[in-house]
Design a protein around this ligand. Structure first.
Ligand SMILES: [Fe+2]
Length: 159
């Protein structure tokens, strides 16, 4: 599902997706349509039907200010409430065309700050509890003792 939820971005112009500055109203309207576009694409495939509500509502906010339906609280599908935290964390810790990745500690602080407004306050603690196990692409921190396990002739020469 994590791969499919943004499938609808296929219908959003590249220049809008990668725009560095603020979006115009018209450009934002294009972005807002991506969950519905994903549902339209996946609907004919029987196998995906059970996932469609979760995909459609992955940009709803706990306070009801999200899109496309302005659902609030527990009326947002549970899978969407989980997905939106993971999706936001992933977005913040990834480098995009218009900005650099945010440090993990800052992304965690932001998730915490938005608990109860953007995110379900019952799910945020569960996310924070497992967050350290998430592998972040591009994070090249290697486990303790890793370098010693590499034969000397293949070790990177630093300095
Ligand atoms: Fe999305």
């Amino acid at each position: 599902m994590a791969v499919l939820h943004d499938l609808g971005k296929i219908g959003v112009r590249e220049t809008v997706l990668n725009k560095p500055g603020k979006l115009t109203e018209e450009e934002f309207a294009e972005i807002v349509r991506h969950p519905e576009t994903a549902v339209r694409i996946l609907e004919p495939i029987h196998f995906f039907r059970p996932l469609l509500p979760a995909i459609l509502h992955h940009h709803e906010r706990f306070d009801g200010k999200g899109y496309p339906s302005r659902l609030a609280g527990k009326s947002i599908p549970l899978a969407s409430r989980i997905m939106t935290i993971a999706d936001t964390f992933d977005a913040m810790t990834s480098t995009r065309a218009y900005r650099k990745a945010v440090p993990v500690a800052d992304a965690i602080a932001e998730i915490r700050r938005c608990s109860g407004t953007q995110f379900d306050p019952d799910i945020v603690p569960a996310f924070l509890a497992i967050q350290s196990k998430i592998v972040i692409p591009g994070d090249v921190t290697l486990p303790e003792g890793f370098e010693e396990a590499i034969p000397a002739e293949y070790r990177p020469q630093l300095g």
